[in-house]
Design a binder for this molecule. Sequence first.
Ligand code: UDP
Length: 239
Amino acid sequence: MTPKFNRIILKLSGEALAGEKGFGIDPEIVKVMAEEVKAVHDLGVEVAIIVGGGNIWRGVTGEKMGMERAQADYMGMLATVMNALGLQDTLENVGVPTRVQTSIEMRQIAEPYIRRRAIRHLEKGRVVIFAGGTGNPYFSTDTTAALRAAEINAEVILMAKNNVDGVYNRDPREDDTATMYNELTHLEIISKGLQVMDSTASSLSMDNNIPLVVFNLNRPGNIKRVVLGENIGTKVRGK
Ligand code: UDP
């Protein structure tokens, strides 16, 4: 039971907290996520979580409705904060100490993002939830995961996907001949146009040599399996 990594970034999309309805926050699902995180935390692994907001709001949706993109993106960033607070509450209920840090200051409800302080929390065994994305419109929480991974020297990004086992050459939901890759590089993802992260996140991960494991979040115990180095999902090499 020796973990393969000491410090990880777990990327949870907003969808991961939404349950079957596909929107909003499902407390039962969040509890399951919290238990999965606890299992990894109990191994002594330092865990930072980047949470998305797509279960509540996406900037591109607002843009399609005629809103200014930047304004709509700020709404998306606020959505990630709601998810972060829900996740924090549930993690603390299962006995995991946490801190939320936001990239846009909202001091009454969370700490502002301070890199050194985030690292200190991790060293003290607190799970740090990074909310608010990068704090900039036109970016995504995938890019935030790559950025924070580089900043805090995380050894890997665990990219948890909803009901998909890894990265496929074609969409497995539409094509049953699609095959899953065991291993890829960020450059291959970009050049083949594979749907893993957006291209900004992929190139930032490539430039900073950050490995990724893409795996199915919906199989119980999977986060722990990845941390213990089991061969599941698709590994994306830094270089
Ligand atoms: N967002 C942003 N800048 C960031 C991160 C997120 O503007 O650095 C906004 C963007 O509008 C995005 C929304 O927040 O649509 C929710 O984030 P994301 O789509 O990455 O969430 P996920 O798909 O992981 O649920």
